[in-house]
Design a protein around this ligand. Structure first.
Ligand code: ZN
Length: 272
């Protein structure tokens, strides 16, 4: 099914269809990767509109579809779609309001991340090479309850500040990114990084996080945009072959050969 056909299949306004499809795709793939389960959710801002896409709170994360998505405004009102948003909607509303640079927000109850809010004197830090994304820090919000009130959402957004991730004491995490695709890839690397630090701790060793100099060295070689495309291609194909994603979504999701072509091997221009 082409994107145009997917568009016709959903009751959402045409301009929102790609956003709803990507959100549903990422939600299903995060569930398949054990990052979402019976709860947790992804929101995606709709450019040019004071609104965002999010799933129905009670829908299975393994079965969401673009046509089952909701469009909500920043007061939590459902503008399009038929259902109730997740009860922790203020997480998304307040972060999207506070961070105009952010297009997509993930809230997950990732076990590995929660563990780092329950160990005295241990801070989750960038360990693996792909964790430079969190070099500015991963703060922990002290509120262990469900975030259902606007003031709780605002406090969480304040804890997150300018960072790309925040843990939530005994509860979960939030990740933010410039696109829903980028958010998925960040979530995969966030889990890998937490697992690496946990392995070091379980081995009884003192973790050796990346140093500032190492982070600088890694960043000089990074190609975030292309890396996102490459992993998107891998996970979308995997999702299609394992029936995580419906076959009809293939044409709208799989990047073309042309899209996967690299223009350069570095993001940043290099000094000679
Ligand atoms: Zn939660």
């Amino acid at each position: 099914m082409s994107l145009a056909e997917v568009s016709r299949a959903t009751p959402l306004a045409l301009a929102n269809d790609k956003i709803a499809l990507e959100n549903a795709t990422v939600t299903r793939m995060l569930e398949a990767e054990g990052i979402l389960d019976y709860s947790g959710h992804v929101s995606t801002r709709i450019p040019g509109k004071d609104a965002f896409v999010i799933q129905i709170g009670s829908s299975s994360r393994a079965e969401v579809t673009p046509e089952s998505m909701l469009v909500c405004d920043y007061n939590g009102k459902v503008l399009e779609g038929d259902g109730q948003p997740p009860s922790e909607l203020p997480i998304h509303i307040e972060i999207l309001k506070a961070r105009p640079d952010v297009q997509s927000v993930l809230h997950s109850h990732m076990e590995l991340a929660i563990a780092f809010t329950m160990m005295e004197g241990i801070q989750l830090v960038p360990m693996r090479a792909r964790a430079t994304r969190w070099k500015s820090g991963i703060p922990t919000d002290p509120d262990p309850s469900h975030i259902k009130l606007p003031e709780q959402g605002r406090a969480l957004a304040k804890t997150l500040g300018p960072h790309h991730a925040a843990l939530m004491r005994a509860h979960g995490l939030v990740l933010v990114a410039e696109s829903t695709q980028a958010l998925f890839i960040d979530a995969v690397h966030f889990k890998e990084n937490a697992a690496a630090q946990m392995q070091a701790l379980q081995a009884g060793a003192k973790p050796l996080p990346l140093t500032d100099a190492e982070i600088e060295q890694i960043e000089a070689m990074e190609m975030r945009t292309w890396h996102i495309k490459k992993l998107w291609n891998y996970y979308v194909r995997k999702g299609l072959s394992e029936d995580v994603l419906p076959a009809e979504w293939k044409d709208a999701l799989v990047p073309t050969k042309e899209m996967l072509k690299r223009d350069a091997i570095f993001d940043k221009p290099r000094a000679r």
